[in-house]
Design a protein around this ligand. Structure first.
Ligand SMILES: [Zn+2]
Length: 484
């Protein structure tokens, strides 16, 4: 299976490892090895450059992972961030009730209450998948990790953040003021988030500790149907999978201008759809057939999301189209909620106009994007395995190889490695045949191989081998940087 092949390379070569492995670990937790760390950082850097350059008033901030209870009263997480849980009477294993209903009864469980799910499980006598025992009534289980801050006696209940977004909402007022009170203002956070998933079965896709990259854009709701650059993007075709296509499974190619006219989606929202698609197709090089925006029904989306399309990629190892992120028009839900719960005024005053800004959220799961890159770009050609990663996110840009273990070749190769390392992440390898060294780099996605051979001594040129085509060309040492 493809997921096993990718996991095999990931473990064997150092992309990811099960966390706390020598103690048996816990499911839903993974560490990043040396290659994984490099690759994830590069994905994050590409993300940062792409989205923060959309507007000179979009910035990255950073916030703590631990936040007091009242934050999550204001955000609604304490009340609503729950999953339906059922427990086996006999073996006490716990399961997601909605997943069981979906799998056993082949129906959608989205939007069902705990009582309705209990009823369905009883009626259809769904047994415990582990031991066949009877399942108990469905309870709503809050997915936040609770902890207490301070010594016992005066300790305060706090939570690990279940999403990075809250940090941006809490810092909004100070950021707005220090950035001279302009809208729109964008606050991005890239960092960890935590969800106590009941049974994270999908390997690297659903994690309990994970990485998010989110951008919260605060704007004046009266301007939602305008964007200064809309003219520039109006002819871009977007790959849309609206609700009415659910049964056919077809993806529509719709021009941005038609999306505005025929679907009634506001221009500010469409502009960001275009930029998201650009990130996936132009920066990450995904074939466009694997990409789509999926419209969510009212039952599927959070009640405060007025417009919600998920970003999906076809990921073979995960069994089809999978959510990589989403574009959410959250209205004033977040700032109004925190204003009410904290008593702090979060409305702004722009030239006499008072308002609570609305939020457009761009939200992405970093780890699942990482996994899907490995999935989509992995191929087994029989005599070699390769991952054709875009060069921006490949862990190493190039391998540097002296053809043989001879001092004169090694000296030149080391010199090239040292000089170019200021600009690129490189891997130096002098062991084994040159063919094997190329294969090792193909398998971890390195786009180029730089080989120092005997001709280098004579004319100061090296060969550069390109990963996907395996074509080689000779270039001057001083011009390597232009060719990788
Ligand atoms: Zn059981």
């Amino acid at each position: 299976m493809k997921s096993d092949e990718i996991m095999d390379i990931a473990l064997r070569r150092g992309f990811i490892y099960p966390s706390s492995e020598i103690y048996g670990g816990i499911s839903g937790f993974y560490d990043y090895g040396h290659l994984g760390t490099l690759m994830r950082r590069k994905w994050e850097d590409t993300w940062r450059k792409h989205y923060l350059s959309l507007n000179p008033n979009y910035f990255e901030v950073d916030a703590t992972n631990i936040m007091p209870k009242n934050v999550f009263i204001g955000s609604g997480h304490l009340e609503n961030f729950t999953d339906p849980l059922t427990e086996c009477e006999k073996c006490h294993s716990r399961f997601r009730a909605d997943h069981l209903v979906e799998e056993c009864l082949e129906r959608c469980a989205e939007g069902l209450s705990a009582e309705e799910m209990s009823g369905l499980i009883k009626e259809s006598e769904i047994p415990c998948p582990k031991c066949g025992g009877k399942l108990l009534d469905v309870k709503m289980f809050n997915m936040m990790f609770e902890l207490s801050v301070g010594s016992t006696g005066d300790s305060e209940t706090a939570y690990l953040r279940p999403e990075t977004a809250q940090g941006a909402f809490l810092n909004f007022k100070r950021s707005f003021n220090t950035l001279r009170g302009k809208l729109p203002i964008g606050l991005a956070i890239i960092g960890r988030a935590y969800r106590n998933e009941i049974s994270p079965r999908q390997g690297f896709y659903r994690l309990r500790e994970f990485n998010q990259a989110e951008l919260q854009i605060f704007f004046d709701p009266d301007t939602i149907d305008e964007h200064p650059d809309f003219e520039k993007i109006k002819d871009v075709s977007l790959r849309m999978f609206p609700l009415q296509n659910r049964s056919s499974g077809e993806v529509d190619e719709v021009k941005a201008s038609e999306l505005h006219k025929n679907y009634g989606i506001p221009k500010f929202y469409i502009y960001h759809l275009v930029k998201i698609q650009e990130f996936y197709l132009d920066k990450m090089n995904f074939p466009k057939e694997l990409f789509r925006f999926r419209e969510l029904s009212e039952d599927e989306r959070a009640f405060y999301n007025k417009i919600h399309w998920d970003v999906e990629l076809y990921t073979e190892s995960l069994g089809g189209y999978k959510e990589m992120g989403g574009l959410h028009y959250r209205t004033d839900y977040d700032l109004s909620g925190h204003q009410k719960a904290s008593g702090e005024k979060l409305e702004v005053n722009i030239e006499g106009k008072k308002m609570v800004p609305h939020v457009l959220e761009l939200s992405f799961g970093v780890d699942r994007n990482f996994w899907t890159l490995l999935d989509v770009f992995y191929t087994d050609e029989g005599d070699r395995k390769l991952i054709s990663l875009p060069k921006e996110v490949a862990p190493f840009r190039a391998g540097v190889f002296p053809l043989q273990k001879k001092e004169e070749l090694e000296n030149i190769a080391k010199n090239i490695y040292e000089r170019l390392s200021k600009w690129f992440d490189l891997f130096y390898d002098d062991s084994g045949s040159i063919g094997r060294r190329y294969r090792r780099q193909d398998e971890i996605g390195t786009p180029f191989g730089i080989t120092v051979d005997f001709q280098t001594i004579e004319d100061n040129t090296v060969t550069i081998r390109e990963r996907d085509s395996m074509e080689q060309k000779r270039v001057k040492v001083e011009e390597i940087w232009k060719n990788i």
